[in-house]
Design a protein around this ligand. Structure first.
Ligand code: SF4
Ligand code: FES
Length: 583
């Protein structure tokens, strides 16, 4: 493979790679503002310039300087090239560029959201002069409201044009432009056209300084207080890799994690702001039951488990409630496509412990319009559920291997059709799971279930996160258990392209709630011992091992959960640049 040398170290390169790409891959620090892997190369900021030498074939391949400093982001590597980003000439350029960029910069770091993750700050410290020689008045630029999600603080802009290129090359919407010349240059939108596309807030990630800011995050947290947890999109079928930034149990923002096979560098605004329902004031926090007089009462979780087990036993085993004979009626379990594969496995296992002939169905899969692919290759999926395929995969494996659910998994439409038919009398109990980010129980669905309850005396158990027609009012379920969102648990989702990806728990489970996996483990313990106390703790990695082990109720076809799940790369902890002094 051809080689180049950067600051004394040799690197292999592929034809077409630029010096900066090779340096970035080899962890050689070269300052860069306008360059981004996902955008075209314009070489406008000039901070990456370096001294470059190369063999001259017309002079016996003698190493010769290429003269002027060259932009490493735009210069393709050639065999035997020798690059110095730490030579006196290169360093003088870095200092000059930094001084130039800061001439009109307001230096308002104490009130800037970007402080702590700003490349102007970092490069000032590493490559800047430390003092400014500029004594004239700075040019003041306005703040602008660019669209529903983004503010522009023009006087912090360094004109790298990343944001402009993003709207032209990735979204193809071209709302942004550079207007004016010289020190009057500004980023702007065209008159009457807001920055309003499905990916608009990505420009706030792209902006290397604090010029483009996310309205949603504005002035909410200093970034150094945030802890970061790798996760996966929890509201659409994209499987986009995200990072959850949180502090003291509260999520402040979601950011994209780079995955070139899935979302590249981007996420949609829908995914970026999808965490809002996690902190809704009206989240279900308490278990509740319906009394014999039809009153709704909040109850302690263990009592609710007790009521659930008693209700299931009476509904399925009838007067034989204490005997060990086969249930006279069947249990239907509906697993929501918002749940993890681990949740699906443990819920199905619990259902089979209660009724070996239990019927499985996948919950309703919301869709909105059609898939939309942008010119940059990013797709916004119409399917608004993260794990319809994973849930079905797990349920089908158990239905097949444990001869349950008549050997197949029903769609939600099939199940509701069954509930609406006279055949519903065969069903004695329904366990329904939700966990959707917004209202999902339609009037029609509530009426169908209510009719089945009236006709067949169906016992109903709901596991959900937000209030809906099944948690209150005339259609309320017999027992409601409050559950946890995907940000409060670890697990695995299978995306629209059948990629299995695991994610970590970011924030603690809301007080009073449990993950669906934990609820399933508690229910089995309650069913078999008469108490949920002492049930095993939910552990996603352990559940995946169990899923793959037929001797522990798993299935050999679920061994894929041990071999094919993509786990998030563990971020390397960075050492502080400054020495910490204990006082
Ligand atoms: S607003 Fe940010 S991304 Fe856009 S040109 Fe200015 S510095 Fe670059
Ligand atoms: S990163 Fe090379 S000129 Fe901007």
């Amino acid at each position: 493979m051809p080689k180049i040398t950067i600051n004394g170290k040799d690197f292999d390169f592929a034809p077409g790679q630029t010096i900066l790409q090779v340096a970035n891959a080899g962890d050689v620090p070269i300052p860069q503002y306008c360059y981004h892997d996902g955008l075209s190369i314009v070489a406008s900021c000039r901070i990456c310039l370096a001294e470059v030498w190369a063999p001259n074939p017309r002079n016996n391949n003698k190493l010769e300087s290429l003269g002027k400093l060259l932009p490493t982001c735009q210069t393709a590597c050639t065999e035997g090239m020798v690059v110095y980003t730490d030579s006196p000439k290169s360093i003088a350029n870095q200092k000059a560029v930094m001084e130039y960029l800061l001439i009109n910069h307001p230096l308002d770091c104490p009130v800037c959201d970007q402080a702590g993750e700003c490349f102007l700050q970092d490069y000032s410290y590493e490559y800047g002069r430390g003092v400014s020689r500029f004594e004239e008045a700075k040019v003041k630029q306005p703040k602008k409201d660019l669209g529903p999600h983004v503010y522009l603080y023009s006087d912090r802009c360094i004109m790298c044009s990343r944001c402009v290129r993003f709207t032209r090359e990735v979204t193809g919407t071209a709302e942004l432009m550079v207007e004016g010349r010289g020190n009057q240059e500004q980023i702007d939108v065209f008159p009457g056209v807001a920055l309003d596309n499905e990916l608009s807030a990505n420009v706030t990630d792209l902006c290397p300084v604090g010029a483009l800011l996310d309205k949603d995050f504005l002035f909410t947290q200093r970034v150094w207080f945030l802890r970061q947890t790798p996760s996966i999109d929890g509201v659409t079928a994209s499987g986009d890799n995200i990072r959850i930034d949180h502090n003291e149990g509260r999520i402040y923002r979601l950011k994209p994690r780079t995955n070139l096979n899935v979302n590249k560098w981007w996420i949609s605004d829908e995914i970026r702001y999808s965490y809002k329902f996690v902190h809704r004031e009206d989240r279900l926090r308490w278990a509740s039951t319906t009394t014999k007089t039809g009153q709704r009462v909040e109850t302690e979780l263990n009592r609710a488990y007790n009521a659930a087990a008693a209700g299931l036993r009476a509904a399925l085993y009838g007067s034989d409630a204490q005997s060990t004979s086969a249930p006279s009626r069947r249990l239907a379990l509906v697993v929501s496509p918002m749940l993890t594969c681990e949740d699906a496995f443990l819920l199905a296992t619990a259902a089979l412990a209660i009724d070996p002939r239990a019927v499985f169905a996948v919950g309703p899969i919301p869709r909105q319009g059609n898939d939309k692919t942008f010119p940059g290759g990013y797709t916004v999926y119409a399917e608004k559920a993260p794990n319809a395929r994973g849930v079905r995969r797990v349920l089908e494996a158990l239905a097949r291997d444990r001869r349950a659910s008549d050997g197949h998994v029903r769609s939600f439409e099939e199940l509701t059709g069954w509930l609406a038919s006279p055949g519903a009398a065969e069903l004695g109990a329904l366990i329904l799971t939700g966990n959707y980010p917004s209202e999902w129980v339609t009037e029609e669905l509530a009426a169908t279930v209510a009719r089945a309850r009236d006709r067949a005396g169906l016992f109903t158990l709901l596991i959900d996160t937000l209030p809906n027609r099944f948690t209150q009012g005339p259609a309320a379920f017999d027992v409601v258990l409050p559950s946890a969102t995907w940000t409060e648990k670890a697990g695995t989702f299978e995306n629209a392209k059948n990629l299995l990806q695991s994610f970590e728990q970011a924030i603690p489970v809301l007080d009073g709630c449990r993950t669906e996996s934990q609820i399933a483990l508690d229910l089995v313990h309650e069913w078999t011992t008469g108490s949920a106390l002492g049930s095993p703790r939910d552990n996603a990695a352990e559940t995946r091992r169990r899923m793959a082990d037929p001797s522990r109720g798993g299935s050999s076809s679920l061994a894929t959960f041990l071999t094919d799940v993509h786990h998030p790369a563990i971020e390397v902890k960075q050492d502080a640049d400054m020495e910490m002094v204990e006082l």
